[in-house]
Design a protein around this ligand. Sequence first.
Ligand code: PHE
Length: 441
Amino acid sequence: METRAKWGTKLGFILAASGSAVGLGNIWKFPYITGHYGGGAFVLVYLACILIVGLPIMIAELMIGHKSQKSPIGGFKALHKSKFWVIAGVIGVVAAFLILSFYSIVAGWSMAYILKAFAGFKGSSEEIVAQFKNLKEDPFLSIMWHTIFMGLSIGIVIKGIQKGIEKWSKILMPGLVLILLGLSIYGIFFTSGGIKAIEFLFKPDFSKLSSEGVLSALGHAFFTLSLGMGAMITYGSYLKKDINIPKAAITISILDTIIALFAGIAIFSIVFEYGGEVASGPGLIFETLPVLFKEIGQFVSVPFFLLLTFAALTSAISLLEVVVSYFIDEKKWSRVKATLLIGGLIYIIGILSAVDEWKLSFMGKDQSFFDIFDFITTNYMLPVAGLLTSIFVAWIINEKIRKEEFDVSNKSKFYLPWKYIIRYITPIAVMIIILHGFGLI
Ligand code: PHE
C-alpha cells in the first residue's frame, strides 16, 4: 500500500488550512452579518465564540486527524472501539458534500463578477442591482459558472496534497492577503469612511446586540473555521509527527479572524464613504458594493472579486478533499477516480442549487435547494458534528492520547485550560446553537 500523503512543509499546511478557513464566510458573510447585527458588540461576541468554541474544537479536530492519520470517518473508528462516534465523521462527510454543492454557486457568481467588474458597472443603481437578480435567476449562466468553478476545484484536488492543494494554497493565499491589504489601505487612507468603518467594527454598542445576534455569532464561528465537517480532521491527517497542534490552531484562527476583520474594514469604508446601507444583508457584496464601485472604478472592484474567488477556491478544495479522502482511505479508490466521480456527483447535485426556480416544500414553505442545503448544514449538521467531536475528544478518548497530541513534551500550561473549556464550556455553547437551530430556544 502507498504511504499516506503528507504536507511538504509546515507553512504549506498552515496556508492550506487557513485557506480552508478563509472563504466566502469571511469576505461575504462576516461583513453582512456584522452589518445586520449592529457592528462592534457583535464583533466582540464573535471573537469570544472563536476563543471558547472555535479554537478548542479546531485543536480537537486536528488531534483526531493527526493521531489516526485517517479521513474523518476512519479517524473516529481508529481512536475508539465504540461505533457510535463514527456518526460525527459521517455527518461531516455528508455536510462537506452538501456545502460544496451550493458553495460553488456563490463562488461562480463571484467569478462572473470579476468579468462584470472588468467591464465596469454602468447604468442607474437599480440597473446595477438588477444584474445580480438576472445572474441568479438565469439557470444557464449560473450553471456555466458553477461548471467552471467545480472544474477548477477538481483540477486542483486531483493532483493530490503537495502538488495540488499545497501548491495552490501557496499561490492563492499570499495573493489573497496582498489584495486584501491593498483594499484595506485604500479604505483606511483614501476614503473618508475608514475611521467610521473601524469605529463601527470595534466600538461596541451593546444596545444593538440581540440574542439572535449572539447565536448567529456562535454559528458563524463554526462555519468560518471550517469546523464540524471534517476539513480540519482531513488536513490534520496529512501532518507529519512533529507538529505543535495548539500553536497551529491558534495561527489558523488568528489569520482567519484578522482576514475577516480586514474584509470588514475594506468593505465598510467604501460603504460609509459612498453612502451605501451597512445592513443590506446578503446582497451587500453583489448589489450594494457594485453600485458604489461604479464611482470608484475597476482598480478596486476587479481585485475585490478576485479576492472573493481566491478565498472561495481554497475553501472549496478542502470540502472536496474531505469527501475524496474518505473514498481513497476507506474504499481504496485511486485519487483520480475518487476526485472525478465525487467531484462530478457534487457538480450534479450543485445544479439543483443553481436553478433558482426549482423549489421544494420545506418547513412549511417553498424554498430553493440552495436555501435548504445551507439551512440544514449550517444549523444542524455542523453543530451536531462539532458537539460530538468535542465530547469525543474531551471525554471519550484515552487521556494519554489527548495529552500527547496536545503537547508531546507534556509541558504546556494551556493543556488544562483547554481541557476544561472543551469539557464543560464548548459543549454547552454548541448545545445552545443546536437547540436554537431546532427552534427550541
Ligand atoms: N470556512 C470557510 C468560510 O468561511 C468555508 C467553509 C465552510 C469551508 C465549510 C469548509 C467548510 O467560508
